[in-house]
Design a protein around this ligand. Structure first.
Ligand code: ADP
Length: 254
């Protein structure tokens, strides 16, 4: 749609839950690498929008979606799109860590096994590298065969991020990835995301405006299903152009 090298382009995305219009025509593009924060009061459509980017809303009954979402120029709602492949390319991390009830190793190797990888040495190397990138290798390297459920919440979340990284995503969607965690675990995840953003395009819903201003490069402010303002994080937080953005970031509502 444009000359710029966007990883994701979304145009005029409308989403209805039954008759309730939760997204009222969102157009937003994402450049390679870095973190974009999606902020706004509860119920404004942040998570819904995030889920349109890898078709997670398809799993919810009575949802209607209009508009266009392109991943590297390819229409993700097009008839040829394989949603399993799409969700590998556009991986997702949820608010509650959701490891499978398997070993730590098998959690991270899951996508590789599904894809039919047989080379054990290669798989070992990818599991190690992914756990290192997710800053949890030192915590788990001596207990890879233990259940992922035996880990702390913060460690589980980092293993979930390693699971996403193992399949080499183009984009990582994060839906309030630290809101269920204590401040120390949240800080570790923020530091890890700061390192990962050199290599990955990440889009993160957060309720925490300090977090958005600490780690994101771009910020999009949503209100009642509309995108009110999008820009460099520093500009949004220090010199918002729209009154609603100013009111929200200065705590006048939400
Ligand atoms: P946010 O992430 O900003 O808190 P959501 O995207 O979760 O907002 O919700 C946007 C709107 O869509 C809200 O009015 C919410 O009640 C509605 N909504 C979200 N998920 C569903 C669902 N599964 N079924 C019906 N309505 C939903």
């Amino acid at each position: 749609m444009s000359e710029k090298n966007y990883v994701i382009e979304s145009r005029n995305v409308h989403l209805y839950y039954g008759k309730n219009e939760a997204l009222k025509g969102i157009s937003l593009d994402f450049e390679p690498k870095g973190i974009t924060a999606l902020i706004g009061p509860s119920g404004c459509g942040k998570s819904t929008y995030l889920r349109t980017l890898n078709r997670m809303n398809d799993l919810i009954p009575n949802v209607t979606i209009n508009g266009t979402v392109l991943l590297k120029g390819e229409d993700i709602y097009g008839p040829k799109m394989d949603t399993v492949k799409l969700r590998k390319q556009v991986g997702m991390v949820f608010q509650q860590p959701n490891p499978f009830p398997f070993s730590i190793y098998d959690n991270v190797a899951y996508g590789l096994k599904i894809a039919g990888m047989k080379d054990k040495a290669k798989m070992d190397a990818i599991v190690e590298e992914s756990l290192k990138k997710a800053a949890v290798w030192e915590d788990v390297k001596d207990k890879l065969n233990k259940s992922a459920l035996s880990l702390s919440g913060g460690q589980q979340q980092r293993v979930c991020i390693a699971r996403v990284l193992a399949v080499e995503p183009k984009v990582i969607l994060l839906d309030e990835p630290t809101s269920a965690l204590d401040p120390v675990s949240s800080g570790k995840i923020e530091n890890m995301l700061l390192e990962l953003k050199e290599y990955y395009t990440m889009i993160m819903v957060t309720h925490n405006m300090q977090q958005a201003s600490r780690i994101s490069d771009k910020t999009a402010f949503f209100l009642q299903g509309d995108l009110i303002e999008f820009g460099d994080t520093r500009q949004i937080f220090t010199n918002p152009h729209e009154k609603e953005t100013d009111d929200y970031i200065s705590g006048r509502f939400g």
